[in-house]
Design a protein around this ligand. Structure first.
Ligand SMILES: NC(=O)C1=CN([C@@H]2O[C@H](COP(=O)(O)OP(=O)(O)OC[C@H]3O[C@@H](n4cnc5c(N)ncnc54)[C@H](O)[C@@H]3O)[C@@H](O)[C@H]2O)C=CC1
Ligand SMILES: Nc1nc(O)c(N)c(N[C@@H]2O[C@H](COP(=O)(O)O)[C@@H](O)[C@H]2O)n1
Length: 276
């Protein structure tokens, strides 16, 4: 493995490897090695929050929470997973690109020296969107730098069979999106993950948000998360969206596992990895 910068080495050793995520700086594209033949993809759940637990600002507006080093970590995570998954609420609210832009970040934040930049190995965006509500003008569908998303929808959800939605589905496919039908997609995360593994060959998925989707992945029974990585930034927002997953820690397998934390720039990174 080629080390490309002290920061990348720190992130690899203190965060990625303890979570079971190998990262090969020479290719910038190393994927999970373990469990490639499993029936479900490996799942890393990750988000950034403030000291008062907010994942976005007042009115749900997206705000910069992570510091520059944690941003690089997030983009290294993007580069090391086959897929990056968000809910349609995040697409509507944030209009994300979900690409790997470590090079841009380094240019933007020139004080961070990364000698060997990670190739632009973008993960496959996956949008959980049972009712096909994805805005057709969003970056994921129109921006040339973005990979066209896979859209997990529920063919039996109310309205989805309506003619207007069928027309929309056709336009999305023409634009390059892939539609993945999953019955009861909103409530059956195991079904969703199985479909992504069997129909899409996904071996590893990074779950990036938003609030409702994160809560679903954290509370799924049986558990689906292999690792959880939380960036905690040293600031208060005083309003906005916060996570409140209703987990009964005494009953879930999530109560086991290994927990660790480290600092990255000004942020604290909390990691949890499923135990045996
Ligand atoms: N700080 C961070 O790391 C991040 C923060 N955010 C923030 O999160 C907020 C958006 O969160 P939400 O509105 O909750 O949208 P969301 O992105 O969680 O999407 C929710 C929608 O996804 C669909 N869905 C399909 N399967 C689902 C499942 N199993 N569980 C839950 N929803 C499912 C439903 O239609 C639901 O309405 C924004 O304020 C955004 O800025 C989003 C991503 C990361
Ligand atoms: N890790 C992290 N730190 C922050 O401070 C954030 N605001 C986010 N937001 C997530 O990134 C998405 C935007 O992605 P692009 O930059 O457009 O590729 C946004 O939708 C959130 O999921 N994450």
């Amino acid at each position: 493995m080629t080390e490309s910068s002290p920061l990348q080495t720190t992130i690899r050793k203190t965060i990625l490897e303890p979570c079971g995520i190998p990262f090969d700086c020479s290719s910038g594209a190393c994927k999970h090695d373990e469990d490639r033949n499993g029936s479900l993809p490996l799942v890393t759940v990750t988000w950034a929050q403030t000291l008062d637990g907010r994942v976005s600002g007042p009115n749900g507006n997206m705000i910069a929470i992570s510091g520059p080093e944690a941003f690089i970590m997030t983009h290294m995570l993007r580069a090391t997973h086959d897929g990056i998954l968000v809910g349609v609420g995040t697409v509507k609210n944030d209009n994300p690109r979900l690409t790997v832009r470590i090079a841009d970040l380094v240019v933007d934040r020139g004080e961070l020296v990364l000698s060997d930049l990670v190739a632009a190995n973008h993960p496959q965006p996956i949008v959980l969107d049972p009712r096909l509500a994805l805005p057709e003008t969003c970056h994921l569908v129109t921006n040339q730098t973005c990979r066209r998303p896979w859209i997990v929808f529920d063919p039996k959800a109310a309205n989805v069979s309506a003619a207007a939605v069928a027309e929309k589905a056709k336009r999305l496919v023409t634009a390059g999106c892939k539609l993945i039908p999953v019955a009861n997609a909103r409530h059956d995360l195991h079904g969703v993950l199985r479909a992504l593994r069997t129909q899409g060959g996904m071996r590893s998925i990074m779950v990036e948000g938003g609030r409702a989707v994160l809560e679903s992945f954290l509370t799924a029974q049986p558990p689906v998360a292999n690792a959880v990585i939380i960036t905690v930034a040293p600031r208060f927002v005083g309003g906005g969206v916060h996570l409140s997953p209703s987990i009964d820690w005494t009953r879930t397998a999530q109560s086991g596992g290994r927990v660790a934390w480290s600092s990255l720039g000004d942020d604290a990174i909390m990691v949890w990895r499923r135990g045996q």
